[in-house]
Ligand binder design. Structure first.
Ligand SMILES: Nc1ncnc2c1ncn2[C@@H]1O[C@H](COP(=O)(O)OP(=O)(O)OP(=O)(O)O)[C@@H](O)[C@H]1O
Ligand SMILES: [Mg+2]
Length: 343
């Protein structure tokens, strides 16, 4: 029996109620809360998801404030690719957040099965980029972009969820009462240094997610969180084509820019990141766009290999051979005609 199943069987909240909601079964467990399938009494289908955070009397105020902040933050955002929050509250020493139930799993589960096809990556990035630019335009920084927080419905549409540690406007990680709250694999260099986070920090985390989707692996790995942070701070971005040689060469430059150490060297918006990736995946290399040229000037792009002298010689020889064959064929036809008439 899986650990999840065993835990779910021991879960005394299943079959009970939180606020007005009936909890039907467990959908998953995160770092601070559990998520259940739920319904309102009288509603036939359990078509809601409820996140429940049990509070002990000894709990500090911080998790409670963080949870309610997530609720308020997300409830204000309305976008086709942001998971909607319908309700939130506190009941019997538990905080809860009611949201849209989606049944297509998480991006983390999808990546665990291996790298995604470029078309899938481009489609997911387009949707998530729209959601992120929308939140940024409203002064909301997500601060926890990672594959566990990108969910799918059964039609394959992506939803950005858990603006859990999001703060309106700028905020410094060192101000956070819980210390380092992000996930280190997706943490930008400025987050690793405890500096002020900006929308660009979300774009860096999105860059890590895209790298992972295309290669099936994280760009920066290490045996301790500190070792991973050191890579974010000073390590060069490993070429994604080493992990997935099928990727077109332009992808390397796009991910280099998305994962630039300096925020000012990164893409300005999620939409421009998404646009550049689409062009790298699909545009014809002989017809670079104006932005493609600008990108090539700002980041390293391997020069297209020029033909070796041997290759040039081979091409010339092939052309001469074709002319000779044509000449012999014409001569044969002329000879046949002459023979016919002489007889
Ligand atoms: N709206 C939802 N519909 C369906 N399943 C969900 C929904 N929200 C969460 N889940 C499931 O519950 C799991 C736990 O979610 P939760 O947000 O608590 O944790 P997490 O994102 O994995 O980690 P963290 O605590 O760092 O945010 C998710 O991985 C997902 O499988
Ligand atoms: Mg989550």
């Amino acid at each position: 029996m899986s650990t999840n199943r065993r835990m779910a069987m021991n879960d005394d909240l299943i079959g009970g109620a939180v606020g007005p909601y009936e909890l039907v079964d467990r959908l998953g467990t995160g770092g601070m809360a559990r998520v259940y399938r739920a319904r309102l009494p009288g509603d036939g289908q359990a078509a809601l998801a409820i996140k429940v955070l049990p509070l002990r009397p000894t709990d500090r105020a911080a998790p409670r404030q963080r949870f309610l902040r997530e609720a308020q933050m997300t409830a204000r955002l309305r976008h086709p690719h942001i998971l909607p929050v319908y309700d939130y509250g506190e009941s019997d020493g538990k905080l809860y957040l009611v949201m849209k139930l989606v049944n297509g799993g998480t991006l983390a589960e999808r990546i665990a099965r291996g790298p995604l096809e470029p078309e899938e990556v481009a489609a997911i990035l387009t949707q998530v980029a729209g959601a992120l630019d929308y939140a940024h335009a409203r002064g909301v920084i997500h601060r926890d972009i990672k594959p566990q927080n990108i969910l799918f419905d059964t039609g394959g549409d992506a939803y950005l969820s858990d603006f859990g540690i999001a703060q309106p406007g700028a905020h410094t990680a060192s101000e956070d009462t819980e210390g380092f709250t992000g996930t280190v694999a997706y943490a930008s260099p400025e987050q690793c240094r405890g500096e002020e986070l900006t929308p660009s920090s979300d774009l860096y985390a999105l860059g890590v997610v895209v790298y992972e989707m295309l290669t099936g692996a994280l760009p920066f790995q290490g045996s301790t969180p500190l070792a991973v942070m050191r890579q974010h701070l000073t390590g060069p971005v490993p070429d994604p084509r080493a992990a997935n040689p099928a990727l077109p060469p332009g992808v390397t430059a796009v991910l280099d820019k998305a994962l630039a150490k300096r925020p000012s060297a990164r893409f300005r918006s999620a939409a421009s990141f998404s646009g550049a990736l689409n062009r790298a995946l699909y545009s014809h290399p002989e017809q670079p766009s104006a932005e493609g040229i600008a990108l090539a000037a700002s980041v390293r792009v391997p020069a297209p290999p020029s033909p070796a002298p041997d290759e040039i010689r081979f091409r010339v020889t092939r052309r001469l051979l074709a002319v000779a064959v044509l000449f012999v064929a014409i001569m044969a036809i002329v000879a046949a005609l002459i023979l016919t008439f002489v007889r």
